[in-house]
Design a protein around this ligand. Structure first.
Ligand code: CTP
Ligand code: CA
Length: 222
């Protein structure tokens, strides 16, 4: 049953996704990161492959197997993720940013393990590139899908992000509904409005996202 679910609606398409957290080094043994299991991004990569797409998954450190039919490129920091996305992008029809990219990284990475000192340690952080915004702004941009995990005011924040990054489609969820879990409840946002999907296992939610995305691609005549 699984193989026939979306009738190969992405056959002949190339999809590039990001998933998981980024890890921003402080010194050789430490860093800062975001909380992300990677489950939603991996489920989506798998659903895209099952729908017939060529899939490249640029992934931060997660404890998940590579889905069948997917090429995984492993990265650590946001800047590596950005570089690997740009390298994978030629020929891509769709870009989906699922990763929990760290918004900031330490300004300086210590060459050697930092030694403990008394008192307060202050770290200076600098902003990371916004991978999704950068891809969406390319002159020959693929169809871009964003994700937004919010802790409140989902509709306002999610639709706000979609507009700000000029995305045709964005998937929103409340962190308390999906983070780390095997189920998720999401709302899809596009130019026509909001489309809530029922609570379901992430594999099923992923198929719903692929169906919606394939429909928008067809309507856009791409
Ligand atoms: N994203 C990205 N690169 C970044 C930050 C975010 O590609 N440096 C992508 C995420 O993968 C996601 C979308 O942008 O698809 C929204 O990420 P989110 O963190 O929710 O939004 P931000 O724009 O970073 O805003 P904020 O964290 O302030 O809510
Ligand atoms: Ca962010």
């Amino acid at each position: 049953l699984e193989g026939c679910f979306v009738a190969k609606r992405l056959a002949g398409r190339k999809v590039v996704l990001t998933a998981g957290p980024t890890f921003e080094a402080i010194d050789p043994v430490r860093g800062i990161t975001n909380i992300s299991s990677g489950k939603m991004g991996y489920a989506l990569a798998r659903a895209c492959a099952q729908a017939g797409a060529e899939v490249v998954l640029v992934s931060g450190q997660v404890a998940l197997p590579v889905p069948a039919g997917v090429r995984r490129v492993s990265v650590a920091g946001a800047r590596d993720m950005r570089d690997e996305v740009l390298a994978a992008l030629p020929g891509a029809d769709v870009f989906i940013g699922v990763a929990a990219v760290a918004d900031y990284r330490p300004l300086d990475v210590a060459e050697h393990k930092m030694k403990k000192k008394d008192g307060i340690l202050t770290l200076s952080l600098t902003e990371n590139p916004d991978i999704l915004a950068e891809v969406a702004a390319l002159p020959d941009a693929p169809f871009c899908v964003g994700f937004a995990a919010e802790s409140r005011d989902l509709d306002a924040y999610a639709e706000g992000k979609r507009q700000k990054k000029r995305l045709p489609m964005l998937v929103g969820n409340l962190v308390q509904d999906g983070m780390g879990a095997d189920d998720n409840v999401v709302v899809l946002y596009d130019d026509a409005g909001r489309h809530p999907l029922p609570r379901a296992p992430k594999a099923v939610v992923a198929r719903g996202i692929v169906e919606h995305l394939a429909g928008l691609l067809a309507v856009a005549g791409r």
